[in-house]
Design a protein around this ligand. Structure first.
Ligand code: ATP
Ligand code: MG
Length: 553
């Protein structure tokens, strides 16, 4: 696998820290198990695991499972599978924030004892009113000056389930006049009488992210806690918790938070909430639908781990907001598949040709390249006989001089086979072309051609007497490029998947296995669908077209 050697500002910080004596570089990837991972998470995974790897350090996988209502073991399993598939290994066992619920609770009690936290009875709406705005300071909660004893008693009763959801919260006592809203007595515990996927009904109070996250990092000995830019304003709070709890909890490390820009990919949804709606409302065929930008969707579509890692490498890591074109992700896929995917011929929209001067009943086997970029792989045999299929769009009755494909009276080369000439066009009653009668020139066999003939067009084709009927699915963006105001579900692309049911493939494709990737000559890169394919009957998804619109700088 390709090593990440790219420098970025976080690597520069680590390099300096190592020069200053830092020994144990320890990062983590902390997903919330409330959905499947998407391409944005891949950026975070490559960064966190890459930093650990490049600095002889370690990277933890930690589930940030502090919100029992939205979380599920299905997500826990899929996330582990996706991280491994991308080619990364986490250090030791998988970690869960829920493993630390007792420590979080003890830390909260300690803050109360120090006069640094209080139980507040304001409703969520009242709390918003008291909070102030960016230009106005907040007001102290009327419950802020409760005694330590009263706070300890109330917090214990919150824990024991004596109060209803939303009736009480525990808040840190910091500064309601702070210019940073996150420091205005933030909530650190809430009541949620919900069953947790790991701790069951043991707890009915749950820590907030801003409290659980720094403590989880510190408990695990994380040195560099890398997150996305929207948490920059939370860093003072992150530090506040660590500073006030370091002596009490005897954390093995003093973690520091660093922020980088989230990946935003054009035409792509990178919000788990929205992706979940597409799944729940049946717009797509599950989280791994090949149109989904989830890691499992990209995998099913035909992406390789290397293509995704190279993409993450190319886009780099910075602090400035950056928007990346989807074409760049496709470019990385083509780069990989062009080198590594075997070639095949498949006709998506077949038009039959009878080669009138080819002997009836005869089949010959021609040599075809497995992959011209890997000549050492050699060739394989493809059948050729009197009836073949070509692509309907490769024939035109009327065409100008620039049309180098097949037209009446003209010649064209069939890839790996012969030059043919179109002699007659057969039509149905409505005037649709249903078949062509052609003749072939036996002296023009590919590789042995001594005819001296020059033709400009070369077509892919499939032997009609020795072929496989396959389904091919052409994929496009889930959302229309033009988005108005309003709900994103109003702008779904009705043609995000076009199913072609009458495609003709070379017989060798009957052996293709789920996940196998191909370049079908002249039509794109395709992958065998892992859900709908059956033995001997592959279904293909188009991973990418052949054309590359992305130009590396
Ligand atoms: P979403 O908004 O899709 O739910 P999230 O940030 O809430 O995303 P988490 O499960 O909390 O999802 O994310 C785990 C890690 O992945 C976090 O460190 C987060 O910053 C990072 N991450 C999530 N989305 C992106 C993105 N688009 N680009 C880079 N990193 C991301
Ligand atoms: Mg999150």
């Amino acid at each position: 696998m390709n090593e990440s050697n790219a420098s970025n500002f976080i690597q520069n910080i680590i390099t300096k820290d190592i020069a200053d004596g830092a020994k144990d570089i320890h990062t983590r990837f902390p997903p919330e198990p409330n959905g499947y991972l998407h391409v944005g998470h891949a950026k975070s995974i490559c960064l966190n695991f890459g930093l650990a790897k490049n600095n002889q350090g370690r990277c933890n996988l930690r589930f940030d499972d502090t919100n029992p209502v939205k979380e599920d073991t299905e997500y826990v399993d899929s996330i582990q599978e996706d991280v491994k598939w991308l080619g990364f290994e986490w250090d030791g066992e998988v970690h869960y924030a829920s493993d630390y619920f007792q420590t979080f609770y003890d830390c909260a009690v300690y803050l109360i004892e120090q006069g640094l936290a209080f139980v507040c009875d304001l409703s969520a709406e009242e709390m918003r009113e008291y909070r102030g705005t960016l230009t106005e300071p907040g007001k102290n909660s009327p419950y802020r000056d409760r005694s330590v004893e009263e706070n300890l008693d109330l917090f214990l009763r919150m824990k024991n389930g004596e109060f209803e959801d939303g009736s009480h919260v525990l808040r840190a006592k910091i500064d309601m006049a702070s210019p940073n809203l996150n420091m205005r007595d933030p909530v650190i515990y809430r009541i949620a009488k919900a069953t947790h996927h790991r701790t069951g009904d043991a707890w009915c109070i749950y820590p907030m992210y801003d409290f659980a996250h720094p403590l989880s990092d510190a408990i695990e000995g994380i040195s560099h806690s890398v997150c996305t830019l929207e948490f920059e304003d939370h860093r003072p709070l992150y530090d506040w918790f660590i500073d006030h709890l370091m002596d009490f909890a005897k954390f093995p490390s003093r973690p520091h938070q660093y922020e980088f820009t989230r990946l935003e990919l054009s035409n792509t949804i990178t919000s788990k909430r929205k992706l979940k709606r597409l799944v729940d409302e049946g717009v797509v065929d599950g989280w791994d639908d090949p149109r989904m930008p989830t890691i499992s969707g990209l995998r099913r579509r035909g992406f390789t781990p290397a293509a995704i890692r190279n993409f993450c490498e190319e886009i780099g890591v910075s602090k400035s907001n950056s928007h990346v074109e989807y074409a760049m992700l496709e470019h990385c896929l083509r780069d990989d598949l062009n080198m590594n995917a075997r070639r095949a011929m498949v006709v998506l929209d077949p038009l039959k040709i009878t080669i009138t001067n080819y002997p009836e009943g005869q089949v010959e086997y021609l040599d075809a390249e497995i992959n011209p970029n890997q000549p050492e792989l050699g060739t394989y045999k493809i059948p050729f006989s009197r009836e073949i299929y070509i692509e309907r769009e490769d024939f035109r009755e009327e065409a100008n001089k620039k049309f180098f494909r097949l037209k009446p009276g003209k010649e064209v080369r069939l890839k790996y086979a012969y030059i043919i000439q179109c002699d007659e066009v057969i039509k149905d009653e409505e005037g649709n072309v249903i078949e062509l009668k052609c003749s072939y020139d036996p002296s023009t066999k590919s590789g042995e051609d001594n005819s001296g003939k020059k033709v400009k067009g070369t077509l892919h084709w499939v032997d009609a007497n020795n072929c496989l009927d396959v389904q091919v699915r052409l994929l496009d963006f889930l959302l229309l490029p033009e988005q108005g105001d309003g709900d994103f579900m109003e702008y779904l692309n009705p043609e995000s998947m076009v199913v072609l049911d009458n495609c003709k493939a070379e017989p060798v494709l009957a052996e293709a296995q789920a996940g196998d990737k191909f370049q079908f000559l002249r039509t794109g890169y395709f992958c065998v669908d892992s859900k709908y394919s059956t033995p001997g009957k592959p279904v293909f998804n188009r991973a990418a077209s052949l054309k590359d619109s992305y130009k590396p700088e």
